[in-house]
Design a protein around this ligand. Structure first.
Ligand code: BG6
Length: 506
């Protein structure tokens, strides 16, 4: 990694609730290691882990060390960097539903330079409210010359009512300016690049509306199946797990109006407006504009996958979806009449997160009699992951005596220019957290607007007696998802082929 052009983050104690859990060792510590290695944080950063497991500082350090030694986490650090960080990791054993642990945190923070603290709630959502209350009761959220920030991971609520209740409970104790709700998709370079691609390029932004765009597709296909996460997943489903958060963040980036500046509030205002303009469907509309599925046994990426309803901790008659496809509208001047097709699922053909913007067809006047496939509409493809990149499909004249247009793709691949593969994706999130920049974090109103737009689907399926359609593991979803888009005379983008079309112009 190269030296950052920006200054190291201010001194801070990162207080992690749930320090012996998965998130801490898989993401938080590797991220801090990457940041230490590249100078984004220095030795004024401390980690104070809180957990139920008995032990002391050395217990946590040894546990993390053992994990780092055997895992292939995305991190790029030297042993020296780990040794530097190791001595700044501390541990307090305690029950975070009881006051005692908070009294200890108070005295620890008093000893720390700068006394800034960021509390990271890497715990089940059930505890979010209680921890915030205890932090507030013990004066740990009061900012008196030092900052106090609260970081909350998803899931933020399970529906509109619970998200509203959680926001109300938290904001009763701490102002929005101190709350950092994580959506890890916002840490991805390709997602952050959407705003630059749009607002730094006249040739893109000037045609970014219903005047020129036919429709938008957002796909987050996963190869992984539900595996050992049955308990969490069966109570959650693909819609809750991916749509109001990750997919809506992508949608908001694509559809937002240009903010007046790149200040956090200006950006969050515009994203919020888009999410609030998502059409709220009646029960009939929700039914017409959605498809859902659960995978049956199949082969995905060479692995035999059992049916979703055959895995541990999933009810045999489960009605939970592992795939969802939606057709949504954003009721603004810019997007009137432009459908946004979203789909996501587990155990699909490929891992592929992409945004496909399809432009309108040109008038056919000059190309009468030509086979329609020779004159394909322009497309802009934002390849979020893997093979991160951006592709613009245009038509050129195929060399020869007659006028024969053919589609080609202008390709930008991150890997050709940058090394982003060694990052966890949390580096920018944690840096911004320490730096007090909320741009990449979700505001309460956006979270609630997202839930409001999916609530009709949740209601429909909770009342429905029908189980989801099925699709074999290793496919791109149920037939009903194909029908959803084909009814409109369109097709889902096939992730593995179309945008790799290249012309051999010699
Ligand atoms: C998480 C979901 O939020 O995002 C998982 O709970 C999902 O089910 C994951 O697999 C996808 O994230 P990424 O970064 O791997 O695309």
């Amino acid at each position: 990694m190269t030296e950052p052009a920006i200054a190291p983050a201010p001194p801070v104690t990162l207080v992690i609730f749930g320090a012996t859990g998965d998130l801490t060792r898989r993401l938080l510590v590797p991220t801090i290691l990457n940041m230490t290695q590249s100078g984004l944080v220095n030795d004024s950063l401390q980690i104070l882990g809180i957990g139920l497991d008995p032990g002391d500082d050395e217990m946590l350090r040894a546990k993390l060390e053992a994990f780092l030694a055997t895992s292939n986490i995305k991190a790029n650090y030297s042993d020296e960097t780990w040794q530097q960080l190791r001595s700044r990791i501390f541990y307090l054993q305690g029950d975070f539903t009881q006051d005692a642990i908070y009294t200890q945190i108070v005295s620890r923070l008093r000893e720390q330079t700068g006394r800034n603290a960021a509390y990271y709630l890497a715990v089940p959502p059930l505890f979010f409210g209680d921890i915030v209350d205890k932090l507030a009761d013990n004066g740990l959220l009061k900012e008196d010359g030092s900052f106090r920030r609260l970081v909350i991971e998803k899931p933020f609520g399970t529906d509109l009512a619970s998200a509203k209740a959680l926001n109300a409970r938290i904001l009763n104790r701490v102002p929005e300016s101190q709350v950092y709700r994580v959506d890890h998709f916002l840490g991805k370079e390709t997602v952050q690049n959407i705003m630059t691609a749009r607002f730094a390029n006249m040739m893109i932004e000037s045609i970014w509306s219903n005047n020129f765009i036919d429709h938008v597709q957002i796909t987050a296909a996963e190869l992984v199946d539900v595996g050992t996460r049955g308990k969490f997943y069966d109570a959650t489903g693909a819609l809750r797990d991916m749509v109001p958060n990750h997919l809506f963040q992508l949608l908001a980036m694509v559809a937002m109006e240009p903010p007046n500046s790149f200040d956090a509030e200006a950006i969050r205002d515009e994203k919020g407006k888009v999410l609030k303009a998502l059409r709220i469907y009646s029960p009939e509309e929700a039914e017409q504009n959605s498809a859902r599925g659960a995978y049956t046994a199949g082969v995905s990426n060479g692995n035999t996958i059992p049916a979703y309803t055959d895995i541990a901790d999933v009810a045999r008659d489960s009605a939970t979806e592992t795939f969802v496809a939606l057709k949504l509208y954003i009721d603004t001047w810019r997007w009137a009449g432009v459908p946004f097709y979203l789909r996501t699922g587990k155990a699909m053909t490929a891992r592929d997160t992409e945004i496909i913007v399809t432009f309108r067809q040109v008038p056919f006047a000059q190309f009468k009699g030509m086979a329609p496939q020779r004159l394909t509409p322009n497309r802009l493809i934002i390849q979020v992951q893997p093979d991160e990149g951006l592709h613009i499909e245009i038509s050129i004249k195929s060399p020869g005596l007659s006028v024969e247009p053919m589609p080609i793709s202008l390709d930008f691949n991150y890997a050709d220019f940058f090394d982003i593969g060694k990052l966890t994706g949390y580096e920018s999130l944690l840096y911004d957290l320490f730096d007090g920049d909320q741009t990449l974090f979700q505001r309460a109103d956006s979270i609630e607007a997202g839930w409001a737009a999916v609530q009709p689907f949740l209601d429909l399926w909770s009342k429905s007696k029908e189980r989801p359609d099925t699709y074999p593991a290793g496919s791109m979803g149920p037939q009903s998802a194909e029908a959803l888009i084909e009814r409109d005379g369109r097709k889902w983008h096939q992730p593995d082929v179309a945008h790799r079309v290249k012309a051999k112009v010699s």
